[in-house]
Ligand binder design. Structure first.
Ligand code: UD1
Ligand code: CA
Length: 451
């Protein structure tokens, strides 16, 4: 059965107290909306429609930046969840399979749960995702009749008795596209909020002799974000889940609570991550890697057997081959570092290629930026870069070449050559002692004058 998703993301999110549309606030380094799109993607959908309204342009752009196959449907006025889904109708023209409605601000719905809902469609025309709420608060309530769902009643419209129901509506609903839009056409707005409630389609479906049912999931999965406090709770929950997954996948986390993951972090088996490491988006680490304490990795790839940190920073485009060593206070950006190279201390490598087993001394800097343009540096295999060498790009150091410590290298160095680019040393015997005496005498004179 082919599947399509409609992701509702038009709401304002007033309680976020923010200029940023709610669904663009981030969890694990990605907008909440991207989490919802990813949940949809795992189902291999034919279409994904994102319904935008408040901050629509930015929301649409974020969706398309992440997934260009997404369709954007605009909801001019936010007249309710049924009205929001109705906006997706033209984007789903000709689509004959099932539609699942998700919310852009409910980022944790799990793959298995969506699969359960798809299976439940064999038994029911409309399937709703519900959860047993510890504190049902203002959620819509599922009114069940045995295995059948009778209707959903919104908190505002519920009787005292209905409010005592603890089985709540998550908002996720699945139905055949034609059936769904047929039901939505019949939804009115004669209720406590004056809104077109998507939840009304259940009662309408039952009235038409269709069947409805509920699938349930853990409350944590349907966690919605409406405030900064809830955003921080969601982030904590996301991190807890990712840490548990990493441990499960055979990664050693010495202090799991101090390691922060992004939505797409990949870490191979038997890698060790020391305390206080942060993974930004786009980091992948192969097996058997050690990421030492206080390192920050983003948009990078680290191959088998490499050691990174402590206090290292891998920025986007850092590509480390096997058995590379990146030490303390080293930053690597948009550079490839080949097998066995060592860059151990206080170094910046940007827009560069570093050959196999090259060794970069402490304080090496690729001077890659001239204030206007970025330039490339190439360091050959087994090259030895003396401490505090400034490599003024564009520049190339040949295989097996060497640079003297403190050199400023502005011209290419051929393979096997030694380049020294620094002022010649001058030594004046006895002059330091004389200078000290002179300075001390000056200081004593000054102090006398002050008394
Ligand atoms: C909705 C459900 C409620 C459920 C709860 C779960 C309805 C009528 N009620 O209530 O049963 O328990 O979610 O969180 O569906 N949106 C639009 N356009 C609109 C209105 C809403 O895109 O015109 C989007 C919002 O951005 C949000 C989602 O739909 O992502 C839910 O809307 P919201 O107003 O938060 O619904 P609730 O009142 O919480
Ligand atoms: Ca809500």
């Amino acid at each position: 059965m082919s599947i399509a998703f409609v992701i509702l993301a038009a709401g304002q999110g007033t309680r976020m107290n923010s200029d940023l549309p709610k669904v663009l606030h981030q969890i694990g380094g990605a907008p909440m909306l991207v989490h919802a799109i990813r949940a949809a993607e795992f189902q291999d959908p034919s279409r994904i429609v994102v319904v935008t309204g408040h901050g629509g342009e930015a929301v649409g752009k974020a969706a398309l930046d992440y997934q260009p196959m997404v369709d954007i449907a605009e909801q001019g006025e936010q007249l309710g969840t049924a009205h929001a889904v109705a906006q997706a109708r033209s984007a789903l023209e000709g689509f004959e399979g099932d539609v699942i409605v998700l919310y852009g601000d409910t980022p944790f719905v799990q793959t298995e749960t969506l699969e359960k809902m798809r299976e439940a469609r064999a038994a029911h025309d409309v399937v709703v995702l519900g959860f047993e709420a510890a504190d049902p608060g203002r959620y819509g309530r599922l009114v069940m009749d045995g295995k059948n769902l009778e209707r959903i009643v919104e908190f505002k419209d519920a009787t005292e008795e209905e409010r005592r129901i603890t089985l709540c509506n998550s908002g996720v609903i699945a139905a055949n596209a034609q059936v769904l839009f047929g039901l939505i056409d019949a939804v009115g707005n004669d209720n406590a909020s004056g809104e077109y409630y998507l939840t009304d389609i259940i009662g309408l479906a039952r009235g038409r002799g269709l069947s409805a049912g509920a699938v349930t999931c853990d409350e944590a999965e349907t966690l919605g974000v409406n405030s900064r406090a809830e955003l921080s709770t969601a982030e904590a929950l996301f991190q807890a889940r990712r840490r548990a997954e990493a441990l499960e996948d055979g990664v050693t986390l010495i202090a799991p609570d101090t390691v922060h993951f992004a939505f797409d972090t990949v870490i191979g088996r038997d890698s060790v991550v020391e305390p206080n490491v942060v993974f930004g988006p786009g980091a992948s680490v192969e097996s058997g890697v050690t990421v030492r304490a206080f390192s920050h990795l983003e948009g990078c790839h680290v191959s088998r057997g490499s050691v990174v940190g402590p206090y290292a920073r891998l920025r986007p485009g850092a590509e480390l081959a096997e058995d590379v060593k990146i030490g303390n206070f080293v930053e690597i950006k948009a550079s490839r570092v080949d097998r066995g190279a060592k860059i151990n201390h206080l170094t910046y490598v940007g827009d560069a290629e570093v050959g196999e087993e090259a060794n970069l001394g402490a304080g090496t800097v690729t001077c890659n930026y001239d204030g206007v343009m970025k330039h490339q540096t190439r360091i050959g295999a087994r090259a030895f870069i003396g401490s505090s060498t400034m490599l003024v790009a564009p520049v190339s150091i040949g295989d097996d070449a060497m640079t003297g410590s403190g050199s400023v290298i502005t011209q290419d160095v051929e393979p096997g050559a030694l380049a020294i680019g620094r002022a010649k040393q001058v030594t004046k015997p006895g002059l330091a002692r004389k200078l000290f005496e002179m300075l001390k005498a000056q200081k004593a004179k000054k102090q006398q004058g002050a008394e």
